[in-house]
Design a protein around this ligand. Sequence first.
Ligand code: C2E
Ligand code: MN
Ligand code: MN
Length: 402
Amino acid sequence: MLFTVVYRSRLRGAITHIQLSELDRRARERNEALGVTGVLLFDGSHFFQLLEGPETAVQDTYARIVEDSRHQHVVYLLKDYAPARKFSQWGMKLFDVRDQTAAETEALVHRLVAGISLSEADRAFKLILAFVTGRWRDHAAEADDAAKWTLETRSSGFADAQIAAAGSVPCQFALQPIVSTATESISSLEALIRSPTGGSPQECFDRVPRDRLHLFDLESKRQAFELAAAIGLGTCKLSVNLLPASLTGIPGAVQRLVRLVEEQGLHPRQIVIEVTEEEAITHFDSFAKALVQLRVAGFSVAIDDFGAGFAGLSLLSRFQPEKLKIDRAIVTEIHRDGPRQAIVKAVVECCRSLGITTIAEGVETIDEWRWLNAVGIDLFQGFLFARPKLNGVPDVSWPIAR
Ligand code: C2E
Ligand code: MN
Ligand code: MN
């Protein structure tokens, strides 16, 4: 199967014209041997390459480029299958578009369309055009080097808590910080349910009879609020997860929630209710009623796992939460993934217009954090900063510029 990869990368350091043509010569030999054709563009700081050929050969070549220390910020822009090669006549051609005039750029674009079977409607053509005209810089974000950052682990300064598993079906909670790296502060602690032995939410819910699941979900929050009170929440918020049906399917659920909060000497304005995107949209009409009650009582609402469900941005046309949490599936490896970058940029832009705070979930690497920070994500959560800690607040690892 004929496979195509298009990527962009930034040259580490500088390169002379002679070094560049030498690099090109060696790469061409290797590509010829592997049956990889395409085009390589260089604009003085960035490479842009289209690789086409047998899938494994293209994937292997791309994997080698990602690992090559001369390339940094390698971002794939397109991965696609095609019935035939577009660059077969060329082999792998290099164009050095440094200091190129507009007329030369136009001539190059003309050669691309006329010389090979590339249509102006092809995504590949549009990407090439954006690169040679420098327009890609208007809509692409690039973070600085992860190597410039290191982590410093510090205590979060909360009190220790001694909370025993309790309730009709006993459960307990782990806390994971949601942080602002700009102010080096914890914005919120997310309470994640655990079984009495510290097992996963699924393990915990599996022990609850089906018909009592929503009541259990609601009532379990008593433990979360008790833990929040025990550690001394202060100005930090507590985020709790609820199935929308735990609010809509139980009469007086919001009032019950308010009472559970107040019993621990807390106030609803200290609490963020997280509801997943998918659940919010599938039960939207009844959920909308619960939302009104939550807002009247003073709770904040966050959409959880945004991007994992079905609604996408159309959800925001129906209601606008205070916070929007971008799902880990989109965050993972974001610094290398052009389509995900475009999605996150659009989401950030949309949230900024609407005054919604953006949170990136599941941040595990400095590279991911740097990129997300560069496009203006407000808050971060993930193993990079802290893992959830049972019955307490974990130490937080803060990124520090070297
Ligand atoms: P969630 O609300 O999206 O919570 C984040 C989950 O991602 C947590 O898993 C957390 O441990 C994990 N996580 C955080 N940072 C990272 C990271 O950097 N890498 C990776 N690989 N994972 C990370 P957990 O605790 O297993 O919870 C899973 C889900 O269970 C939660 O996802 C939430 O939807 C649900 N859940 C948890 N507690 C409750 C609850 O009290 N009620 C309800 N209805 N659902 C809950
Ligand atoms: Mn959550
Ligand atoms: Mn989530």
